[in-house]
Design a protein around this ligand. Structure first.
Ligand SMILES: [Zn+2]
Length: 437
């Protein structure tokens, strides 16, 4: 049976491939020998949602994942999505069988609950497990493996250069873990995600790989040398199918918008009085403190007790995702099936109009299965505005003039040696699985 090796360098754009391969003198030429396609993630900018499409081969409205979390039984009650919640099975992760293993390093959504998996946490799930099986702890670099060196991005931004260095050190450790597993585990599938390029894009800015005058460049260069040796060994293995991909990239942040504030201004949403919103953010922060997951602005803010659901017909509790407060779907929903289509069209048209007044490129993608009865966590529609960061809490700093350096852009790339690849120049995350199936 063929062996599949997938490396993710999430956060890099297609134009950064040259800078990447220049810093990988040995393995870079192997990468450049692969076929290239742009990866177009549509309206998705969350790593979790794009990885859900990669892992299931199905779009967000099929697999049910459009962001880091989704409302459970109420728009005030969010849950973190993991693979067991997806409507479609993560088919190509189930390959591991007797005597063969899947090695999964730092991959969103994936649970450590199968005996055929070696799993290193990405820090996004509400568990404090870091390495499974736990026997790995006994030796080598796994003992102090940490998915992230800081608790959240707010902490990281307080000292960007110190935390950039910490990110490099923690990624270095992850490379050591990957090298050891690659050599010693009887794997048939090896999926390994590097998050350093994403972290540095937020902490240090764009084009980090082509900034030799940057103070941390020497540390970064050491890491790239380390990665180069590892990658050369991994990619030159005979008969291996390999894919190197970036699920998304970054652009300078040109503005902020709070969709819930816009919905409030349009009389589609009402906040609860501040005194009642006591739990806002509380639970998600607790989860994040345990896992050291980044409390990213595009990820896991909680809406708990923020929205007055008796007076709300639509809300955006997850970045870019809009749900209609349907009675049939949510326990405190108020929109009846009879009114649903009218409310849906009103909310959609209103948001498009108010966002288009402020920003040049507004894209709305409707959920074609939004009225389907089957269990599906996906929102009614999604909004994406290029270079704009979405906020959703009542008091979240979206009114302040300060802008983050960068924000996510749904454009990445794929490089591969897979022989069934038909050069299409552009592919979607759902097509990535087809390269090796
Ligand atoms: Zn990012």
């Amino acid at each position: 049976m063929s062996r599949n090796f997938i490396l993710s360098v999430d956060g890099l754009s297609p134009t950064e491939i040259g800078n990447l391969t220049r810093l990988l003198p040995k393995s870079g030429s192997l990468l450049e020998s692969g076929l290239f396609a742009k990866l177009d993630s549509g309206v998705l900018t969350s790593a979790t949602a794009i990885w859900a499409e990669i892992l299931t081969g199905k779009p967000w409205h099929h697999n049910g994942c459009a962001g880091y979390s989704a409302p459970n039984d109420s728009l005030n009650n969010l849950k973190v999505i993991n693979e067991d919640e997806l409507s479609d099975p993560t088919s190509w992760l189930l390959r591991g069988s007797e005597g063969e293993l899947d090695v999964l390093i730092n991959i969103p959504l994936v649970q450590p609950n199968k005996s055929t998996r070696i799993w290193l946490a990405d820090g996004s799930l509400p568990t404090n497990l870091r390495v499974v099986p736990r026997s790995l702890f006994e030796a080598g670099p796994f003992r102090d493996y940490e998915p992230r060196p800081y608790a959240d991005y707010a902490t990281a931004f307080s000292s960007p250069s110190k935390n950039s260095s910490a990110s490099i050190a923690s990624e270095m450790k992850r490379i050591d873990c990957a090298v050891q597993l690659h050599r010693t585990a009887a794997w048939s599938q090896f999926i390994w995600r590097i998050t350093l390029f994403d972290q540095l894009a937020h902490l240090a800015g764009l084009d980090i790989l082509s900034a030799p005058d940057l103070s941390l460049f020497d540390e970064l260069k050491l890491l790239m040398d380390h990665l180069d040796i590892a990658l050369y060994e991994m990619l030159s293995e005979p008969g291996i199918n390999w894919i190197v991909l970036s699920a998304f990239s970054h652009v300078p942040c040109g503005g902020k918008a709070n969709i819930n504030t816009l919905l409030k201004d349009g009389h589609f949403l009402r906040w609860l009085p501040a005194t009642q919103a006591v739990n806002a953010g509380g639970r998600q922060e607790a989860v994040s403190a345990i896992t050291k997951a980044p409390l990213a602005k595009h990820a896991n803010v909680s809406m708990e007790a923020c929205i007055d659901l008796k007076s709300t017909v639509a809300a955006s509790p997850v970045s870019g995702c809009i749900w209609i407060n349907r009675a049939e779907r949510f326990k405190d929903g108020i929109v009846s099936d009879a009114d649903y289509e009218i409310v849906y069209a009103d909310v959609r048209d209103y948001l498009w109009t108010v966002l288009s007044r402020r920003f040049a490129s507004v894209i709305i993608e409707e959920n074609p299965r939004r009225t389907a009865k089957e269990r599906n966590l996906s929102p009614d529609f999604m909004v994406w505005v290029e270079g704009v960061e979405f906020h959703n809490l009542p008091c979240d700093g979206s009114q302040s003039a300060h802008l983050p350096r960068t924000t996510h852009n749904p454009s990445g790339f794929v490089l591969t040696n897979c022989t069934n690849y038909k050069s299409e120049y552009k592919m979607t995350p759902t097509q990535v699985a087809g390269l090796i199936n």
